[in-house]
Design a protein around this ligand. Structure first.
Ligand code: ZN
Length: 253
């Protein structure tokens, strides 16, 4: 009996390990509209998330900080501007990852604002109607990142939380990596339309959601993704957020 159980466990483990990570597939937990409406508690562990890709961003249950997924490791950006490695058992209500296989690279021009960098990344040949994943390694002359404190139920919608409780830190002359995704307008309720970046410093000690920056020298790597797979939570808010709420949270001005 015990032997049978062991064999079954082994077979499952081998099967799981052999599942092919689909080329050009974006894997996502829940939707941005659900998160913004207060869907802050998911049942997916960081370990499960990493099975679908080692590059991405998101948040943790209770919106307890900003998530950075880089080189197969997961970090939490906290309100003190620091980044911390996260245990495999941590849960996420919203995250997006890819198995990052860039199709091309381009040098980053120094002295660009976030909007100028985004415009540069938007240049052909990549399709404007597909998801783009971008990794930018380099120096940042300045970068403003934010995080937010863990929430307690009953949860308020995320625009209210961000407006009242986000904490912003600005770093100057810092080396690190931008983890970015650009979703097309057609997926507005699914993820953030346009660009969305999180930052992790090269020494992995600082990070969060990017509000603004000035580039230094760097290199951008891009992957165009034609497929999107969404893991929908069993429990989610009945309402959902619209485009205005998404903009208020992701790019508050
Ligand atoms: Zn973010």
């Amino acid at each position: 009996m015990i032997r049978l159980k062991l064999w079954r466990a082994l077979a499952l483990a081998v099967f799981a390990a052999a599942l092919p990570a689909h080329a050009g597939e974006v894997y996502q937990i829940s939707t941005i509209s659900s998160l913004l409406a207060g869907g802050y508690d998911g049942d997916t562990t960081v370990a499960e998330l990493l099975r679908h890709g080692g590059f991405g961003l998101g948040t943790f249950n209770g919106v307890d900080g900003e998530m950075m997924v880089l080189d197969g490791r997961v970090y939490r950006g906290t309100i003190d501007g620091r980044a911390h490695a996260v245990a495999d058992s941590a849960l996420t209500p919203f995250a997006v990852v890819v198995v990052f296989r860039p199709q091309g690279s381009a040098p980053v021009v120094a002295g660009q604002s976030l909007e100028q960098l985004e415009a540069a990344l938007d240049a052909p040949p990549y399709s404007a109607s597909r998801v783009l994943a971008a990794r930018i390694d380099g120096r940042f002359r300045a970068i403003a990142i934010r995080s937010e404190p863990k929430q307690q139920p009953p949860y308020r919608p995320l625009p209210e939380v961000i407006k009242a409780q986000q904490v912003v830190h600005t770093f100057e002359e810092v080396d690190g990596t931008l983890i970015g995704f650009r979703f097309p307008a057609a997926t507005t309720s699914v993820n953030v339309p346009g660009w969305h970046f999180h930052f992790l410093s090269a020494d992995r000690s600082r990070g969060g959601h990017v509000l603004g920056l000035t580039t230094g020298a760097g290199l951008a790597w891009l992957e165009e993704c034609s497929e999107l797979r969404i893991n929908l939570p069993a429990r989610a808010p009945e309402s959902s957020a619209g485009a205005d709420a998404i903009k208020a949270v992701e790019r508050p001005r």
